[in-house]
Design a protein around this ligand. Structure first.
Ligand code: ADP
Length: 173
């Protein structure tokens, strides 16, 4: 029997969107075990803390488990991605590609990561046409300005975002 293929899908997931969910579904078909690696990324000034981001992904993964998502795990990490990949014995990094604008950053990161460990391959996946334009950054902007984000994120995430904004409003009131 061959070795189990372990893949990592790293990101900030602030918050998880329908685009991420789409990529997770595709990634599960490529690997035996998928680890969704949630970067602490405090420098990015996330709207949701690390635990909240992990919980929101776990909620969606639990819903996917009705299908074929039983080999998905969600893990926070706060170190060099390549070290985390090696700790887990993963051989694939999965990333999503949206527009041309993602390309340069992803190209550089994949190139650097290959130098750090040539045995780990980065694979790029595209979400379905309907989800391709979704970005967490814009979801947060639309929500902050009172727009409807229900087309872009799962319902549980939309509810949490509304609660988070209400909390912030109270703090600034
Ligand atoms: P990061 O800070 O690593 O960019 P993100 O949470 O923004 O974290 O994104 C994680 C990964 O998911 C990235 O590879 C990003 O390109 C991909 N991604 C995010 N949204 C989409 C989408 N709508 N379609 C395809 N890929 C996406």
């Amino acid at each position: 029997m061959g070795q189990l293929r372990v893949g990592i899908y790293p990101g900030t997931f602030d918050p998880i969107t329908n685009g991420h969910v789409d990529i997770i579904g595709r990634a599960t078909r490529l690997v035996d075990r998928l680890v969704i690696a949630v970067a602490a990324n405090p420098d990015k000034g996330p709207m949701f803390n690390l635990q909240e981001r992990v919980e929101m992904i776990q909620e969606q993964v639990a819903l996917m488990r009705n299908g074929d998502g039983s080999h998905i795990e969600v893990r926070p990490f706060d170190k060099l991605l390549m070290h985390f990949v090696q700790d887990l014995g993963a051989t694939l990094i999965l990333r999503g590609l949206r527009a041309v604008s993602d390309f340069e950053y992803e190209f550089q990161m994949a190139g650097m990561n290959t130098r750090l460990d040539p045995n780990v391959e980065t694979i790029f996946l595209m979400a379905s046409e309907r989800q391709q334009f979704i970005a967490s950054r814009f979801v947060k902007e639309v929500a902050r300005l009172g727009g409807d984000i229900s087309h872009f994120v799962p319902p549980e995430v939309a509810q949490r975002t509304a609660r988070k904004l209400a909390q912030q409003d109270r703090r600034f009131a």
